[in-house]
Design a protein around this ligand. Structure first.
Ligand code: NAD
Ligand code: MG
Length: 393
C-alpha cells in the first residue's frame, strides 16, 4: 500500500464523507485526499477543497462544475473539476488512488463503487445499496479483480472485527446477530404514525446520519438492507442472520460461534470508529471518538423486533427469501417512497404501502447483468412514482 494512503471520497459532503475527512485531518502522515465528489452542496465541497487540496473533484451538474472550477482557480488551487457519472467511475478507478470510500447514498453509488471494484481498489463500503442491488455480481467482480472490501456500516464492521482469525467461517460460525437501535419510533404509539414529520423521522436517538438512512432506520428497512449486505459480505445464508433491538447502540453486532462463544464489538456510536478501522486495517489509528465509559452506562438491553411496528422490515425479509432482482426492486421503491415522504408528498405510514405495491407490479427475475439492474432500477422508480401520483396526488 502506498504511504500515505491516497483516498477518493465518493460523497464527501455527506455524513460518512465528513467523518472520513475528519480522520484524514487527524492522521495526515497516513492519509491524503486524491479526489472528492459531491452532488449539490458546492459550498461545503469548496471548503473541503481549500482544506484538503484534492487533485480532482467530481460534481453532478455541469453548471456547478463551471462555477466551482472558477472559484477554485480564483482561490489559487490547481484542483480540476469534472462532472457526471463517467467521471465518478473514472476517479474511483484512477491509478493515483489506493482506497475508495464509497459514501454516496442510494443507487447513485452503484456504478462508481462497482468501478472501484473492477479496478481492484481497497473499498471502504458505506453504500450498502450497491450490494442490495447487485450483491452477487458485485462480490464476483471484487473477487476477480482482487478488490478488498472493508465494511464501514457499523454492524458489518463489528462482525468483520469479530471474524478476525476465523479460518473457516462456514464451519465455525453459527449465527450473525445484527443489532438495531429501533430508531426514533421504537416506543411511539402506533396509532400516531400517520402524523410523523420528516424532522421527527430524521432525529435518530443515537446516530447523526444523512436523511435517507435516517428514515430507513425509522422504518427499519435499513436493517433489512443490512441483512442483505451481510449475506453478501460474509457469504452466509440470510437464514443464519438475526436482528435484535439494542436501544443503546453500544454493541454494534455479534457473532455466535459453534461452541456458543459470542463475540461482540462495542464502542460509542460514532462512525469514525468503523471508518478508522477500515482505513487503517489491519492496524489502528486515532479516531477522535470519545472513550466508552462502561460504568456510566445504565445497562445494555436487547429485545425482539416487532414486524407490526416495522412493516418495511417484514417486506425486506420477504424479498430476501425471493432472491434475484427482488432486493433491487425493494431498494428503488424505498428510495422513491422515502424521497416522497421527505418532500411531504406522502405520510411516513404510506412508505410500506408504496414498496409493497411496487413489489406486486414489478416481477423479480434472476440477476444477469449490471445493465439489467440499472434498467430495472429506472423502471421500478417510474412505477413507484406512478403509484404515488395515482394514490396521493
Ligand atoms: P448523506 O446524505 O449524508 O450523504 C450522501 C453523499 O452522497 C453526499 O456527499 C451527496 O452529495 C452524495 N450524493 C447524493 N446523491 C448523489 C448522486 N445522485 N450522485 C452523486 N453523489 C450523490 O448520506 P450518508 O449518511 O453519509 O450515507 C452515505 C451512505 O453510507 C449511504 O449508503 C448510507 O446507507 C451509508 N451509511 C451511512 C451511515 C451514517 O452513519 N451516515 C452509516 C452506515 C451506512
Ligand atoms: Mg448500520
Amino acid at each position: 500500500m502506498h504511504m500515505p494512503q491516497r483516498l477518493v471520497v465518493l460523497g464527501s459532503t455527506g455524513s460518512i464523507g465528513h467523518s472520513t475527512l475528519d480522520l484524514v485531518e487527524r492522521n495526515p502522515e497516513a492519509l491524503v485526499v486524491y479526489a472528492l465528489t459531491a452532488h449539490r452542496n458546492m459550498r461545503k465541497l469548496f471548503g473541503q477543497c481549500v482544506k484538503f487540496k484534492p487533485a480532482l473533484v467530481v460534481v453532478s451538474e455541469p453548471q456547478h462544475a463551471i462555477e466551482l472550477q472558477f472559484n477554485l482557480t480564483a482561490a489559487g488551487l490547481s484542483t480540476e473539476v469534472l462532472c457526471g457519472v463517467d467521471a465518478l467511475c473514472a476517479v474511483a478507478a484512477a491509478q493515483e488512488c489506493d482506497t475508495v470510500v464509497a459514501a454516496i447514498v442510494g443507487a447513485a453509488g452503484l456504478l462508481p463503487t462497482l468501478s472501484a471494484a473492477t479496478a481492484g481498489k481497497k473499498i471502504l463500503l458505506a453504500n450498502k445499496e450497491a450490494l442490495v442491488m447487485s450483491g452477487a455480481l458485485f462480490m464476483k467482480t471484487a473477487a476477480e479483480s482482487g478488490a478488498k472490501i472493508l465494511p464501514v456500516d457499523s454492524e458489518h464492521n463489528a462482525i468483520f472485527q469479530c471474524l478476525q482469525g476465523v479460518e473457516n467461517s462456514v464451519r465455525d460460525v453459527e449465527r450473525l446477530i445484527l443489532t438495531a437501535s429501533g430508531g426514533p419510533f421504537r416506543t411511539r404509539m402506533l396509532s400516531s404514525f400517520d402524523g410523523v414529520t420528516p424532522t421527527e423521522a430524521c432525529a435518530h436517538p443515537n446516530w447523526t446520519m444523512g436523511r435517507k438512512i435516517s428514515v430507513d432506520s425509522a422504518t427499519m428497512i435499513n436493517k433489512g438492507l443490512e441483512i442483505i449486505e451481510a449475506r453478501w459480505l460474509f457469504d452466509i445464508d440470510a437464514g443464519y442472520i438475526d436482528v435484535l433491538i439494542h436501544p443503546q447502540s453500544i454493541v454494534h453486532s455479534m457473532v455466535v460461534f459453534q461452541d456458543q462463544s459470542v463475540l461482540a464489538q462495542l464502542g460509542n456510536p460514532d462512525m469514525r470508529t468503523p471508518i478508522a478501522h477500515a482505513l487503517a486495517y489491519p492496524r489502528r489509528i486515532d479516531s477522535g471518538v470519545k472513550p466508552l465509559d462502561l460504568t456510566s452506562l445504565s445497562g445494555l438491553t436487547f429485545e425482539k423486533v416487532s414486524l407490526v411496528r416495522y412493516p418495511c422490515l417484514a417486506l425486506a425479509m420477504n424479498v430476501i427469501r425471493e432472491g434475484g432482482t427482488a432486493s433491487a426492486i425493494l431498494n428503488a421503491a424505498n428510495e422513491v417512497a422515502v424521497e416522497a415522504f421527505l418532500e411531504n408528498h406522502i405520510r411516513f405510514s404510506d412508505i410500506p404501502g408504496v414498496i409493497e405495491e411496487t413489489l406486486q407490479l414489478v416481477p423479480a427475475v434472476a440477476l444477469n447483468s449490471i445493465d439489467d439492474i440499472i434498467a430495472l432500477d429506472a423502471q421500478t422508480r417510474r412505477i413507484s412514482r406512478e403509484i404515488i401520483k395515482s394514490r396521493f396526488a
